[in-house]
Design a protein around this ligand. Structure first.
Ligand code: C2E
Ligand code: MG
Ligand code: MG
Ligand code: MG
Length: 291
């Protein structure tokens, strides 16, 4: 079973159509078991402020299944979203993050942690539960952001608006994740009172390619529009210095991606933060020298 599982997951990352061959029920059942057995964990990816080098984090869930090996969240979140399981996962991630923040106050001082949520099942009574968890740990909503993907917001637009408004009145920051890839991206800016957007990796990855001119123009427009609307802009999936430079010059506020750091377990974060201070300072110095 282990070998078969590994094979499935390897192919799955590459070819979405293979999804049809996968028994989603198996994954769902293993996920239920895995949640109970403590197979899930949380890693943190830094987001680096272009100007000040300030680092915040995004929390990302990981699942190492005894039966299936490592399963990507791209795979199991989709499945979890079709049932109440997604609430258990959000609950697990949120609780884990709160505990980490409480146990390592120096590490997280002045830093926000972003949690990915699916508003489909993200109703007010559930948010109330999260607020209770926060209170138990002595943390404040201002220390958190919620990243909500476009497609989930639009599944139920009215619920989406209510959810975003409710989160905002409670003091949480709200970002639209993977911005630019759905059919009505601009509509979201009108409909939802959000704090910022994260431009999808598919645009960023083309910025330093010869055939990436379209992406460049689109990203330029998105950034300038977002600025006019007073939204913070984060670029996701920045992998090269050239991509960083383009985004920085366009006025992007925050950069996230392998160029600065991969998602890391809690124990590796302090070391990564120390290295990021130097990396950011060196980049800024080069900029000053060339302008
Ligand atoms: P996302 O929220 O857009 O997260 C960004 C994804 O891109 C992460 O994949 C991250 O590891 C990856 N990434 C970051 N920088 C780079 C880069 O420079 N290059 C490349 N190629 N990739 C990069 P991951 O962790 O596999 O998560 C995939 C998606 O699964 C997330 O996309 C998010 O939508 C969802 N997800 C992850 N954790 C959670 C969670 O706790 N709850 C919910 N509801 N969804 C989650
Ligand atoms: Mg995200
Ligand atoms: Mg994203
Ligand atoms: Mg993405």
């Amino acid at each position: 079973a282990r070998q078969a599982g590994k094979q499935i997951i390897k192919v799955y990352e590459k070819d979405d159509y293979v999804q049809h061959y996968i028994d989603e029920m198996t994954i769902e059942m293993e996920l239920i078991k895995g949640l109970k057995a403590g197979e899930l964990s949380v890693v943190y990816q830094p987001k680096v402020g272009c100007q000040d080098g300030m680092v915040h984090f995004e929390a990302l869930v990981r699942w190492h299944s005894a039966a299936l090996g490592n399963v990507s969240p791209e795979t199991f979140i989709k499945i979890a979203e079709t049932s109440l399981l997604i609430e258990d996962i959000t609950g697990f991630v949120f609780d884990r993050v709160c505990r980490d923040m409480m146990e390592q106050p120096e590490l997280f001082a002045g830093r926000r942690v972003a949690v990915n949520v699916s508003p489909v099942l993200f109703r007010q009574d559930y948010i109330k539960q999260l607020l209770q968890v926060l209170a138990t740990y002595g943390l404040r909503p201002e220390q958190f952001e919620f990243e909500i993907t476009e497609h989930t917001l639009m599944q139920e637009p009215l619920l989406g608006i209510q959810t975003v408004d409710y989160l905002k009145t409670k003091g949480f920051r709200v970002l639209i994740d993977d911005f630019g890839v759905s059919y009505s991206s601009l509509n979201y800016l009108k409909m939802f009172e959000i704090d910022g957007i994260k431009i999808d990796r598919s645009f960023i990855s083309q910025l330093d390619k010869d055939n990436g001119l379209k992406e460049y123009e689109i990203v330029k427009l998105i950034v300038s529009l977002a600025k006019k609307l007073n939204l913070e802009v984060t670029a996701e999936g920045v992998e090269t210095e050239a991509q960083y430079r383009v985004m920085e010059q366009l006025g992007c506020d925050e950069i996230q991606g392998y160029f600065f750091s991969r998602p890391l377990p809690l124990n590796d974060l302090q070391q990564a933060l120390d290295a990021l201070v130097y990396q950011h300072a060196a980049l800024r110095q080069l900029e000053l020298a060339t302008t």
